[in-house]
Write a protein that binds this ligand. Sequence first.
Ligand SMILES: Nc1ncnc2c1ncn2[C@@H]1O[C@H](COP(=O)(O)OP(=O)(O)OP(=O)(O)O)[C@@H](O)[C@H]1O
Ligand SMILES: [Mg+2]
Length: 274
Amino acid sequence: MARVIAIANQKGGVGKTTTAINLSACLAERNRKVLAIDIDPQGNTSSGLGIDKNKLKNSVYQMIIGECTLEECLVHTAIKNLDVLPSNVNLAGAEIELIGIEGREYILKKEVDKIRDDYDFILIDCPPSLNTLTVNAMTTADTVLVPIQCEFYALEGLTQLIHTINLVKQRLNPRLEMEGVVFTMFDARTNLSLQVVENVKSNLKQNIYKTIIPRNVRLAEAPSHGLPINLYDPKSAGAEGYRQLAIEVIEKDDAEMYEKNDISEIKYRNKKKH
Ligand SMILES: Nc1ncnc2c1ncn2[C@@H]1O[C@H](COP(=O)(O)OP(=O)(O)OP(=O)(O)O)[C@@H](O)[C@H]1O
Ligand SMILES: [Mg+2]
């Protein structure tokens, strides 16, 4: 059954979408079946994976307001093992349309529950706010992955985010856990990047991924070609970073599954390795 990871941070421009695109693609490259869900009206995960977001008949918006099913908005990308639920600017209207609708926090979960068994990982790219769409993602998810940009204001807003995660856990999704924090846009030439990493490590009790994503211009260029980094420039430092992160995410997921001692799942995964 898929591990569902919401990629969230209400701070803008910290690398949520870049992580959603490239972690999805690097997990798919390791033979995991992946669904990337774009619930940001900016639709950058969709376009970054080569989907023409303005030509969609069905998107997450139609699914959220009940006009289509998940399967009707699913797109199989040209990348092996990788599907996308795309979004576009229409989704910006959903927030208002959902006001007063009972169970609006569970709309995404109800759809995703139908296809959980079809994937190994489902990654949800959240918008830069703690709105109904982000709450839908957290209600659907098993864990929340928080990208943190290596810059001076890195920790700003993190308390609020952790508070929101705890609220969702108490009231809507008791299963929800913190996946961990991943540092993005690390610049080895500056002391500031190093200071931010040290500061966050000493202040945060959450799991912190060992992999640190470097600042790499190839990562910024890749979306304009509609390609993830492992296809756009497989030898770049950015590709190396996201491949390493994918390995860590798989190892964490495997370790938790072994802890649960789920024999059928262990057999299934052992087969995937070969
Ligand atoms: N490691 C990196 N190296 C270089 N550029 C990066 C890196 N990660 C992200 N960027 C660039 O930084 C900008 C913001 O990244 P991204 O869109 O992933 O952030 P975001 O958190 O999804 O933003 P938003 O909050 O608007 O959704 C983009 O232009 C992206 O190409
Ligand atoms: Mg984004």
